[in-house]
Design a protein around this ligand. Structure first.
Ligand code: SF4
Length: 197
């Protein structure tokens, strides 16, 4: 039986490694790296290289979108101060999902999805709602998922560690990088305070 052609939006290699393995038995999977949220460029290149490595390892094709960080920054300019999981993230999800839907329709895929719901920092219900909307607009099916369930996130960490993959310490945008640095600085300050007690 022919498997449905599924375009899987990939945000990073560790998430892709786990999700590709989960979906490949039932779908004809192609990855799609579309992440203009990632800054700086060196970080973008690093994550893209790792995604290519995972696709090669899985024997699956990986399509690559254009990189347009200025466009992404303009799109989210009104939401700079939002926390992670706030409204800036909704705009960010929508921009990447809509580009995936457009690409899937253009290239004749049956369905699309994203690996993003694997992260505990991502809202699966919001991703699924947006995915359904974009799918309806383009005459496609959206594969709804919450890949973090059934220990998905834990399993993906184990798999990516065993494969020696790069695992980023911030989500992708400059705002999330700043927040991660602040969290790390606060952690170090707490540690120093404990040592001084
Ligand atoms: S924190 Fe992550 S999901 Fe949210 S806007 Fe930044 S890159 Fe996008």
């Amino acid at each position: 039986m022919t498997k449905p052609r599924l375009l899987v939006h990939v945000c990073c290699a560790p998430d892709a490694l786990y999700v590709f393995g989960l979906l490949a038995p039932d779908y004809d999977v192609t990855g799609f790296f579309s992440n203009s949220n990632i800054q700086p460029r060196e970080e973008y290149e690093l994550r893209l290289d790792e995604a290519r490595r995972v696709a090669r390892r899985a024997g699956l094709p990986l399509l690559e979108d254009d990189y347009d960080p200025d466009g992404w920054t303009a799109l989210t300019a009104g939401f700079k101060a939002e926390p992670e999981k706030g409204r800036r993230c909704d705009v960010c999800y929508a921009s990447r999902l809509s580009r995936t839907a457009v690409r899937a329709a253009r290239d004749g895929f049956d369905a699309f999805t994203t690996v993003m719901s694997l992260s505990p920092w991502k809202k699966a219900a919001v991703l699924n709602r947006m995915g359904r909307q974009f799918a309806a607009r383009h005459g496609l099916t959206y594969l709804e998922a919450d890949f973090k369930k059934k220990d998905g996130f834990k399993k993906s960490c184990e798999l990516s560690r065993a494969a020696g993959l790069y695992r980023q310490d911030y989500c992708g945008c400059v705002y999330s990088r700043e927040a991660a640095r602040e969290r790390e600085a606060a952690r170090l300050a707490r540690e120093r305070a404990r040592e001084g007690e």
